[in-house]
Write a protein that binds this ligand. Structure first.
Ligand SMILES: NC(=O)C1=CN([C@@H]2O[C@H](COP(=O)(O)OP(=O)(O)OC[C@H]3O[C@@H](n4cnc5c(N)ncnc54)[C@H](OP(=O)(O)O)[C@@H]3O)[C@@H](O)[C@H]2O)C=CC1
Ligand SMILES: C[C@H](CCC(=O)NCC(=O)O)[C@H]1CC[C@H]2[C@@H]3C(=O)C[C@@H]4C[C@H](O)CC[C@]4(C)[C@H]3CC[C@]12C
Length: 294
């Protein structure tokens, strides 16, 4: 009888959440003419987000370190119909550059509607090697530059009632092996931006913060780094990129992509952590594991 009651309650909660959020219908026109920064957009998910935004008619500023790649992405964005497309090359290991990107958007666009924080610093896929300096360096690139850009962009985002989109990972919600420095930075993003979102609500600041919890994606760097070890199939970067943009445009608190590989494990994390741990470890084929410097 107790199980039946629990089932009824759970079903009721699920239906309430489903129908509450079902009213949010995304339209590409939501991004037409919007002024958007995308970081880490010379390749991977960031590159694909730039192309989606271009097709939707946004004004786009992309950034990464590799200027030649950025030039090609900007050219393709223009071809795809971007209202305008620009780039600025540099490394997010200095907060001076992080602020410079925001100031360039202000000079180009006169404002900002969406800040998509996506870049990650170089790290390894392997057992933690004890190098704390690397963790510190990765925190600068993966976390402090995100915070710095958000602070610098906030005056413009307040004027536009805009959005901050933070690209994180299932590694930022669940502790998994072989990614200690990377996972440290992604967990930190949850702490910083989920707390900041609560303060925005308290202060009636109408700037949304969307934290994106992403599973394994078929980007070149991910496939090169983990293929053979991670047993689950990698999801398409094009679809992932679109789901991130949709979540930001609809002002979602969190985006889960792929749902079955992120939200379901999170439900287990709190209700059956040991079961989750054993299920997740089955996803690793350590016979194929050799530490790779990525
Ligand atoms: N692929 C996956 O399986 C998953 C990815 N994610 C997240 O998605 C996001 C994108 O990942 P993905 O597309 O795979 O990564 P990629 O390696 O494809 O892209 C990383 C981007 O960051 C840029 N970058 C690297 N170092 C720096 C730096 N020091 N300063 C500024 N930019 C830098 C790279 O360009 P350049 O080298 O030219 O600087 C590139 O544009 C990340 O936040 C990642 O955590 C989350 C879950 C899964
Ligand atoms: C190790 C990857 C980062 C590679 C890197 O250094 N890129 C920049 C550069 O090359 O300069 C990790 C990037 C995304 C990770 C994956 C992810 O976030 C989802 C899973 C999380 C889980 O904890 C471990 C497996 C993941 C597929 C994870 C693997 C490591 C990344 C590919």
């Amino acid at each position: 009888m107790a199980l039946l009651k629990a089932l009824v309650v759970f079903t009721g909660i699920f239906l309430a959440v489903y129908f509450y959020s079902a009213g949010d219908v995304f339209e590409p026109a939501m991004l037409k003419g919007k002024r958007v920064i995308v970081t880490g957009a010379s390749s991977g998910i960031g590159e694909q987000m730039a192309y989606h935004l271009a097709k939707m008619g946004s004004h786009i500023l992309i950034t990464a370190r590799t200027e030649e790649k950025l030039k090609k992405v900007v050219a393709q964005c223009t071809h795809l119909g971007a209202a305008s497309a620009h780039y600025i090359a540099g490394s997010m290991d200095t907060m001076t550059f992080a602020k410079l990107v925001v100031h360039k958007a202000e000079n180009l666009f006169g404002g900002l509607d969406m800040l998509i924080l996506n870049h990650i610093g170089h790290t390894y896929f392997g057992y933690f090697d004890g190098n704390i300096d690397h963790v510190r360096d990765l925190l600068e690139i993966n976390v402090l530059s995100y915070a710095t850009m958000t602070v610098a962009a906030l005056p413009m985002l307040k004027k536009s009632n805009g959005n901050v989109v933070v690209v994180s990972s299932v590694a930022g919600k669940i502790g998994l092996p072989l990614t200690v420095p990377y996972s440290t930075t992604k967990f930190a993003l949850d702490g910083f931006f989920s707390s900041l979102r609560m303060e925005f609500i308290q202060q009636n600041i109408d700037v949304s913060i969307t934290l994106c919890i992403i599973s394994y994606i078929d980007t070149d760097s991910a496939l090169k780094t983990v293929s053979g070890v991670i047993q689950q199939p990698a999801a398409p970067k094009e679809e992932c990129a679109l789901e991130i943009i949709k979540g930001g445009a609809l002002r979602k608190r969190e985006v889960y992509y792929q749902y079955h590989a992120t939200k379901i494990p999170l439900l287990l994390r709190d209700w059956a952590p040991e079961l989750l741990q054993s299920l997740l470890l089955k996803n690793y084929n350590m016979d194929n594991f050799q530490r790779k410097e990525v």
